[in-house]
Ligand binder design. Structure first.
Ligand code: ATP
Ligand code: MG
Length: 542
């Protein structure tokens, strides 16, 4: 027996125990109407993860019953994103592969008096549907004969009617306490070109009807979906039972992944793209899988996050900082260290001549990662924020007549400061202590501050991109996403970096000492360092 780690696995174990299932099959069911986002990562984690754990199969099932919004571009992107996440599907299929069978299923229901063609408009159907406290009213078309229904349904398919003029409804129960069971629409007329079936069809099944059929035809044993489908389960079961499915797939709902300051509605993400508020679906600030990849976030960290959030029955919202912590943890263990100076201030060592190479630890958390050589000379850049003309008490970085260690190199003393016309420091003049070399320090001088630097002569000019979340805090200006949009969420400037960074392979993540995790990339031949995640949790700092 496989040990269950969540309620879905418990149910599966019970089903196996009871002899209801032997081989487990799931499916990941995106609608190809947009790009996958981090919420889908959880669905993938659940569907692919459970299939893997039980030695079963998980299909990639494209839920393409809504031709007006679906595109092949999205199908291709979804495939790429799933593979990048590290999952492989058993079979790829589409609801549209089954349109013939679904149509036949509908015809069967009609023949058995379980479905009828209704002439009411969508508006009228809604008005007769009743409420949670009041039963609905039956459609005047509910008692058409099977023959008439079949004829009308055939005519619907033949294109005799305009969109919305008729629809096919399941004949269930207008007084059911569950609104989804009040004669739900199962087929609609839609004269639209489908991205795969072209103009072959002008009637399309509704999700609630197509999904249970497609699950069954694929051999899905457990149809795992998010909580908003819980109220649809009676209909899912009704379809299965009415069509005599055996064994009938079992739908189990779990909580959606919600993350603070992140919108996961494809509709909103699409709007951001279409209104050019972001650079595209893969904008590094987007919560899409392609955006996260472009940001430099490793797939392992996303999977780890999903696993830690867990699979629960109750909805909740997860802090974005928790996601960042998972990313940070992974990068801390895996990313190489390097140095870059974002706001350069010249530091000149007046008693140093020539140059040398100092050892720089590649990743101190990783055994055997080793060291790399970094050039050190008399002309360096340090961060302007690491020097203060007017230091507060307990200031351990550089100040006049103060000492500081240059990371992996020497202790220096600041002797003098040159100011610009505004009275700001433009160059600090230091002397170094020759006996203080890192690794063989015999100087006896104790310093509290260690600062990073780059060699001025060999430093590369790089473009830095820093990000904030696309959405301001929920209390910023109300709940409306448009008002919360953070137009200043991308900051671009140039900086000085070790040449090693400029030469690094595209896509490599680095921990820039004392700064954060950045991804190396190139744009028009120039080196770019873009922020993956800050070094420390500063999410709540304003
Ligand atoms: P959206 O509302 O953003 O359009 P969707 O649910 O319509 O999302 P689908 O492509 O239909 O998107 O989703 C594919 C699968 O991913 C579904 O089973 C859905 O339940 C699941 N899913 C979508 N969003 C989340 C989420 N935030 N957390 C967990 N699972 C999700
Ligand atoms: Mg959907």
């Amino acid at each position: 027996m496989i040990e269950a780690t969540n309620f879905i696995e418990q149910i599966i174990n019970e089903d196996i125990d009871a002899g209801k299932v032997t081989a487990i099959q799931t499916r990941f069911p995106p609608e190809p109407n947009g790009y996958l986002h981090i919420g889908h990562a959880k669905s993938m984690f659940v569907n692919f993860g459970i299939a893997q754990k039980y030695g079963g199969k998980c299909n990639l099932f494209f839920d393409d019953t809504n031709p007006s919004k679906e595109k092949t571009e999205f199908v291709d992107a979804i495939r790429g994103d799933i593979r990048w996440m590290g999952y492989e599907w058993a079979k790829e299929c589409y609801a549209s592969d089954f349109f013939d069978v679904i149509y036949d299923c509908a015809a069967r229901l009609i023949k058995e008096g379980k479905a009828f063609v209704c002439d009411l408009s969508a508006e009228e159907i809604k008005n007769l549907r009743g409420t949670l406290t009041e039963p609905g009213k039956e459609s005047p078309y509910r008692n058409r004969s099977a023959e008439e229904n079949l004829r009308l349904f055939t005519e619907m398919r033949e294109g005799k009617y305009a969109d919305g003029e008729k629809c096919l409804r399941a004949k269930i129960d207008m007084s059911s306490p569950n609104l989804n069971m009040r004669d739900p629409v199962i087929y609609r007329i839609l004269h639209a070109t489908h991205h795969r079936t072209g103009d072959a069809w002008c009637v399309y099944p509704m999700y609630d009807f197509a999904h249970p059929i497609c699950d069954y035809l694929q051999g899905v044993t457990h149809s795992l979906c998010t909580l908003e489908f819980e109220d649809h389960r009676p209909l899912y079961d009704w379809v299965g039972v009415s069509l005599g499915f055996s064994p009938k797939p079992r739908q189990i709902e779990f909580a959606r992944l919600n993350v603070t300051n992140t919108v996961m509605s494809k509709r909103y993400l699409k709007k951001l793209v279409e209104e050019n508020l972001v650079h595209g679906w893969d904008d590094a600030r987007m919560p899409t899988i392609t955006g996260l990849r472009n940001r430099g976030i490793p797939a392992e960290a996303i999977r780890d996050f999903c696993s830690r959030v867990g699979v629960a029955k109750a909805n909740s919202e997860c802090e974005y900082s928790y996601f960042e912590a998972c990313v940070r943890e992974y990068l801390n263990a895996n990313a190489e260290r390097a140095m870059a100076v974002f706001s350069p201030l010249k530091l000149t060592i007046t008693n140093y001549e020539g140059s040398e190479e100092v050892d720089f630890e590649i990743n101190q958390t990783k055994e055997g990662a080793g060291v790399r050589k970094v050039k050190f000379s008399k002309n360096l850049y340090i961060e302007s924020s690491d020097f203060s003309l007017d230091p507060p008490p307990k200031y351990f970085r550089l100040k006049k007549e103060g000492y500081v260690r240059l990371k992996n190199a020497y202790i220096v003393r600041c002797d003098d400061v040159l100011l610009d016309e505004n009275g700001n420091a433009k160059e600090v003049l230091c002397t170094y202590i020759p006996e203080s070399r890192s690794g063989s320090d015999t100087s006896g001088i104790k310093v509290k501050g260690v600062i990073h630097w780059v060699d001025a002569e060999t430093a590369a000019d790089v473009t830095v991109k820093q990000y904030q979340s696309l959405l301001r805090d929920a209390d910023y200006a109300g709940q409306d996403f448009n008002e919360r949009f953070n137009a200043e969420s991308e900051k671009i400037f140039t900086a000085k970096a070790e040449p090693y960074l400029a030469e690094a392979k595209e896509g490599t993540p680095f921990q820039l000492m004392r700064t954060g995790y950045y991804k190396k990339s190139e744009e028009n031949g120039a080196a770019v360092l873009s922020e993956i995640v800050s070094l420390k949790d500063n999410f709540n700092k304003k």
